[in-house]
Unconditional design. Structure first.
Length: 106
């Protein structure tokens, strides 16, 4: 069974046991599990695929939090030729790595 969820403006196809990275968010103290309520589609089960309009009612995906971290550094360069203008900047995006533990159809 798989599901397509929306998180922070991105659509992610997940199945039970998948390890995915999502955008960082504020977590409560001792929070070890996340629930995704924005489920766009569920498929792969004994029933036909259910597609939401825009969301599948009553569906949710639960996941355990594995770690928090930062991605590798991305160098951002601004450059204008023959003008003596060059700017270097770097960016590291924060993320949360989660493991999908359950998909509940609505």
């Amino acid at each position: 069974m798989y599901a397509v969820i929306e998180d922070s403006g991105t659509q992610i196809k997940v199945a039970e046991g998948d390890v995915i990275t999502i955008a960082k968010r504020e977590l409560g103290e001792d929070q070890a599990e996340l629930t995704f309520d924005k489920v766009l589609m569920i498929g792969g089960g004994e029933k036909a695929a259910s597609i939401g309009a825009p969301l599948v009612k009553g569906a949710s995906v639960t996941a355990d939090i594995l770690e928090e971290g930062k991605t590798e550094k991305i160098n951002v360069v601004k450059f204008k030729r023959r003008k003596g203008y060059k700017r270097n900047n770097g960016h590291r995006q924060d993320f949360i790595k989660v493991k999908v533990t359950g998909i509940k159809a609505g």
